[in-house]
Design a protein around this ligand. Structure first.
Ligand code: PLP
Length: 425
């Protein structure tokens, strides 16, 4: 195989004929495959369902004299706060244990910022003429949608292999209308990048013009290595404190990809002052979260070290699937030279940058061939990728045999879309 850029028209036409023929042969199989969302597979869920055995009777619900079936402990069961403090490397007093979804928690923080303001807000954000929010892209579509929902102006910050471009971030935060930034610091969604120590330090040392600037530090994949050993990661809370910015960061995590997706427990880590402020605000909206679920989780997960051991079970299911993605791209796309991607060692996604101007077309072809993918552009603010190049691959859900077929179709569609563009130029 030869790079497309080195081919003459005749060779491109031949490559196009071969790719379309292969695509037609896939279409007649009437496939129904899905690589759209980062969901754990049934095998992963079965492997951690022992959690359901942890609390079976009324007596099981009592922990250290606290009846988890009753109201109370708004900020979370003490052992649940200790659990998340262990995982996120902070103190239990810095933890508020939320419900089943960390995204819901993030939504609530942004919502409170708009209705009441954050700890250092001069006024609620709804009273600001303009609120701007930084969106490192490609990034997580649901983050961007939360701030879009409340009317913030979304500003794209380019992602790099070491995290968001910090020169750009440091410049943009000089604008007092810039109120915050979305971050997925470890195994970023969708690239799987890990922010470098230097990036994390520069975040902690930011000097934003807005007194209530919020770093939304979504550590969703903090213990989610699928290959190799656990990679330690700096604690942003203490770095912010050392830099004199103790209240600037809100860190989130959940057990959605440790136990049950959408059925686990979440946590926010923040300064003591922030936790006190948020506890006061949340006290209006609820009396307590589901502590029986918190107890069940802590009994099963125990602590950080044990959780990391459990994550190896998930890794044993995930690693072969990611390998299929890497191998297929390597064999089918690399020699053609029109796309690039990064091979992460954790998280739930692979991000592929195909020939600019062809991502939408490639995914339209995938759909016609029965393969569903995250829509092109989803990883950019407002769902628009200015390059029309980035595609997120989510390989966790389908079994390996299905994934092999889906990746074959996907690569073929990338080629057809790229060749169409080259031949029409
Ligand atoms: N944050 C990131 C970066 C994610 O990728 C996801 C799910 O894919 C979530 C949050 C959702 O987490 P939860 O289930 O805790 O709401």
């Amino acid at each position: 195989m030869m790079e497309y850029s080195a081919m003459n028209r005749q060779e491109l036409e031949q490559a196009y004929r071969e790719a379309t023929q292969h695509l037609e042969s896939c279409k007649v199989q009437h496939l129904n495959l899905n690589m759209a969302r980062g969901k754990p597979s049934k095998l992963q869920l079965d492997a951690v369902s022992g959690m359901l055995e942890m609390v079976k009777t009324g007596e099981d619900c009592i922990d250290n004299g606290i009846d988890t079936r009753n109201y109370g402990e708004l900020a979370g069961l003490p052992i649940a706060r200790e659990y998340w403090a262990d995982v996120l490397d902070c103190k239990a007093e810095n933890i508020f244990v939320g419900g089943a979804s960390s995204l819901n928690f993030m939504f609530d923080i942004i919502s409170r910022a708009y209705t009441h303001g954050l700890l250092h807000s001069e006024r609620p954000w709804c009273k600001e003429e303009v609120v701007k929010f930084l969106c490192p892209s490609p990034g997580y579509d649901r983050h961007f949608r939360v701030t879009e929902f409340f009317g913030a102006e979304l500003i794209t910050v380019p992602m790099t292999v070491t995290g968001p471009n910090m020169d750009v971030v440091e410049e943009l935060v000089k604008d007092p209308q810039v109120k915050g930034i979305w971050c997925v610091p470890k195994f970023s969604n969708p690239d799987g990048f890990i922010y470098s120590d230097d990036t994390v330090r520069r975040f902690a040392e930011l000097k934003p013009a807005a007194p209530d600037f919020a770093i939304m530090w979504d550590n969703a994949y903090c213990v989610h290595e699928f290959s190799g050993e656990y990679i330690p990661f700096p604690d942003i809370l203490s770095l912010c404190e050392q830099a004199g910015n103790p209240d600037m960061v809100y860190e989130f995590a959940s057990s959605s990809k440790i136990t049950f997706a959408g059925g686990g427990f979440s946590a926010m880590a923040a300064s003591k002052a922030n936790i006190d402020y948020i506890t006061k605000l949340f006290g209006v909206q609820m009396i307590s979260n589901d502590k029986v679920n918190q107890l069940r989780h802590v009994r099963y997960l125990k602590n950080k070290a044990h959780t990391i051991e459990l994550m190896k079970i998930h890794a044993s299911f995930l690693a072969p699937k990611f390998q299929v993605v890497f191998d297929t791209l390597e064999q089918q796309i690399k020699p053609c030279g029109f796309a690039n991607w990064y091979e992460p060692v954790g998280g739930y996604f692979v991000s592929c940058n195909t020939m600019p101007g062809t991502a939408k077309r490639a995914l339209e072809l995938c759909k016609q061939a029965g393969v569903e993918m995250t829509p092109a552009g989803a990883s950019y603010p407002y769902g628009v990728d200015p390059q029309d190049s980035n595609i997120r691959i989510a390989p966790s859900l389908p079994p390996v045999e299905e994934l092999e077929k889906a990746m074959d179709v996907f690569c073929t569609c990338l080629k057809v879309a790229a060749l169409e563009k080259l031949l029409n130029q």
